[in-house]
Design a protein around this ligand. Structure first.
Ligand SMILES: [Fe+2]
Length: 448
């Protein structure tokens, strides 16, 4: 690493955003409280962790996986880089641009049909295992010929995994894909959208998928001049596209909405002729270019309900809460269906850059009511992920899992909360053997 002072570093390389370089294993971790015996499986979180110590943007660091394994009350930790061409420094002289396998694999990790996929949104998935070993790029037996979002949705009823890929450089700008419960890619549809937009996430209900064509637009000319490749352009409008899960481009119904941005929806479900979406809605995103991840409260998500009336052809928008939040999750077994509860991470509205906050939130979606867990001064949370107590448990009978970092002691922790006593003292605080940088998304993968 070059000798630059901490204050000269970009925000995503400072403090607990800074990468760690060692791959470690820690067994029989120290626990404050008690680990529920029902938790058996592995939580894996992905995040950007530049091997060189530097990346030009938060989004571009090499993917590092952090795994916390639970076995009959004992907890172990392991972290490993995803061994991509960029990590191994095997990418071509052009940096691998245009090579679909040349992913940083740094944004999310999901398990479907027995395969664990490390995901980023511009390339193919990377196949890994639950011990965090890298296997290689994954293209669904040659059937996936474009990028895959980091936010696929797995239907708890059919076992299907639905996803999309977007392209900024060339048409098609959007492609829809559906894999069956066995993991075979069975459907691919090109979807027409007018502009190359950054489409980070989307929505799935029992019968439909809902695309978000929001005005974070790729500007090739600006990119060629070395300027920010993305700009927030409310003048191009914003639309939601509703399509039957097995439909195609001709079946998509587009609904205009007020321009905004949504990195992450929480969930969507159907009520008769209506689709109800819960999203973390930002008034604008990257207004001053790609480096502008934070420009005050307007660039932070707020819990918002969109109700699409398929009969009337309208969308109603209601803000449910003013708390700045993002990284929302529900019980994965309720994806596409009415979730009684959802969870989200607080963001700090008073910081100088994108900053995770000391608060985690639990929402009761129908009412917008919420509980808030205060992690304490100098402690910052992460994406809260729900783990059911047993496969039969309903509603919030289970645990909320989250990484946290205590900046006072420079100690990273893994928290297990009782979902039914969310704002109370966590059931277990597991002290991790190495700092875990603030990162992106993760999944709880229970033992079957
Ligand atoms: Fe995301």
């Amino acid at each position: 690493m070059s000798a630059v002072s901490e204050t000269e570093l970009q925000w995503h390389l400072q403090g607990n955003w800074a990468p760690v370089f060692d791959e470690v294993d820690g067994n029989e971790l120290e626990v404050v409280g008690e680990v529920p015996r029902e938790l058996n499986g592995v939580y894996i979180r992905n995040g950007m962790n530049p091997k060189s110590g530097h990346s030009d943007h938060w989004f571009f660091g090499d993917g590092m996986l952090h795994g916390v394994t639970f076995e009959d009350g004992r907890v172990s930790y392991r972290n490993r880089y995803v061994r991509t061409p960029a990590y191994l420094e095997e990418a071509g002289a052009d940096g691998g641009l245009g090579d679909l396998a040349n992913s940083k694999a740094n944004t999310h990790i999901v398990r479907h049909a027995g395969k664990v996929l490390a995901l980023e949104e511009g390339h193919l998935p990377w196949l890994v295992d639950e011990q965090l070993n890298t296997i290689g790029p994954y293209d669904f037996a040659g059937r996936l010929k474009g990028s895959m979002t980091a936010h696929p949705r797995i239907c708890p009823e059919t076992g299907e995994m639905m996803f999309f890929g977007y392209s900024m450089m060339a048409e098609p700008y959007l492609t829809y894909h559906r894999a069956n419960a066995a993991g075979e890619l069975v459907q691919t549809e090109v979807i027409d959208i007018p502009n190359p937009v950054m489409m980070h996430d989307w929505n799935v209900s029992r019968n439909y998928v809902i695309f978000m064509d929001l005005p974070l637009v790729f500007d090739l000319e600006a990119a060629m001049k070395g300027e920010s490749p993305f700009g927030f352009k409310p003048e191009v409008g914003a639309r939601l596209g509703v399509m039957p899960r097995d439909g195609g481009n001709a079946d998509v119904r587009w609904f205009d909405i007020d321009p905004c941005y949504v990195f992450h929806p929480m969930n969507a479900h159907e009520e008769g002729d209506k689709l109800v979406l819960y999203v973390c809605r930002l008034n604008s995103a990257m207004r001053n270019g790609m480096d502008d991840m934070y420009s005050g409260d307007e660039s932070l998500g707020k819990m918002t309900r969109w109700t699409i009336d398929l009969k009337a052809g309208t969308v109603q928008e209601e803000r449910l809460d003013d708390a700045p939040i993002d990284f929302p999750r529900v019980d994965d077994r309720t994806i596409g269906m009415p979730s009684r509860f959802g969870y989200a991470m607080g963001l700090d509205p008073n910081a100088q850059s994108l900053t995770f906050d000391r608060y985690l939130y639990k929402y009761e979606l129908a009412t917008g009511g919420r509980d808030r867990l205060d992690l304490g001064k100098g402690v910052r949370g992460a994406e809260p992920v729900f783990a059911a107590r047993t496969p039969e448990s309903v509603d919030d009978d289970g645990f909320v899992l989250s990484l946290a970092h205590d900046e006072n002691r420079n100690q990273s922790k893994f928290l297990v909360m009782d979902a039914q006593n969310f704002s109370g003292k966590p059931l277990a605080e597991i002290l991790l053997p190495q700092r875990v940088p603030y990162g992106a998304h993760g999944s709880w993968m229970p033992d079957s």
